[in-house]
Design a protein around this ligand. Sequence first.
Ligand code: UD1
Length: 423
Amino acid sequence: MDAIQIYGGNCPEGQIKIQGSKNAVLPILAATLLIDGTCEIKNCPIISDVHHMLRLMESLCCTINRKGHTLTIDAACLSRCDMPSDSVSVMRSSIMLLGALLARTGSVSMQYPGGCVIGQRPIDLHLQGLRKMGVIIEEKEDGFSAEAVRLTGAVHRLPFVSVGATENLLLAAVLAQGDTVIENAAREPEITALCDFLNTAGADIEGAGTNRILIHGVKKLHAISYRIPSDRVVAGTYLAACLCCGGEVFLKDAPGRQIVSVIKAAAAMGARIYESEDGIQVACRERRKMIPLLQTDSYPGFPTDLQSAFLAAMTLADGEGALQETIFENRFRIVPQLQKMGADIVCRDNTVYVKGRRKLHGAVLQAQELRGGAALVLAGSAAEGTTVVCNRHFIERGYEDICKDLGEIGIRCKKIDYREYNG
Ligand code: UD1
């Protein structure tokens, strides 16, 4: 079984370069399906979610070349519109291809998408919105088919903020006939990156980064070269590593302006943070203080994707506090794992109540999803003794090489096969 072994008791020092953003690159890859010509994508993270997305796109007859962190994608030959079920079922972002494929081919059939098991994660908002744009959707038990002679602009008012639905409707709207409005749109930086990519390619989108996006449909997009911005969640994860262990690290290329709420939470725990043009310096020299109540929210609030990393840090802070999850209903799967390490935490409904402890101890743990898995590695870095986090593949969905990155700041960890581990 794939795993990560961590030797605890670290005091990080040094620098980590932050990789390109997973949540930005996935919808941008979907957007290349809309473009005539060969696009170049730079700073693409080498992670398994990207690998699955590229496999899916190749199965649709896109031509893709990869050299390190640079990709070229030519969707000129795109022909198939039925997606292979194995790739769709492992990755929720496969749903992102729906809007773009409908715009290109007018017909798609696919299974319901998979992804991290952090809640129900339905796609009703995506499908409702597309129906409004003239798509006929037939839902079956395990998947659906969608057909549209022509996509037409529409006014959408999302009942609650959804990053994925905002992205899918954007992708369907850029080449649609007429104007589309998305009200109560998500404001996440990844939406802004997608709009930036599309506008550079000739789309006409206004209001990216606000809760009202207006898309004037255009006839055609053209090929461009685009650099994927740095990953704010990875930056926040390594910032939390410093909160867990203490020490001082520089997060090169960390997008400070995109993690204001995270920096605020870290500062409330006693971290000193210095922002500059090329990254963020984090110093945690004293014992961390507890946050009385930390709540997740849609952007610019505290990101749900960093909730588990901060929970790991809070288990080791001074005092008592609580962490409330407001976006996903099942995102506290690491609680029993942290309890195995001696964390004094209890989960009631959507809130975890934390009594900070001075120490955690090493244990053999099970990662069950991407961000929770990374948080367990952080907890292991700070704990006494050795920790093993099994199911490394969940972490590899979003982190290029967490062992190498943490190794850069002196945290001792390595990839192992758990069957060969003997304590
Ligand atoms: C995206 C991010 C994910 C992040 C999440 C919230 C990517 C690849 N993933 O996920 O990392 O945690 O935003 O910031 O960018 N919902 C519905 N119906 C729908 C769509 C969503 O009920 O049709 C619900 C979800 O169950 C959830 C909430 O809306 O409770 C937010 O989900 P959404 O913002 O859509 O998350 P994702 O796009 O899946």
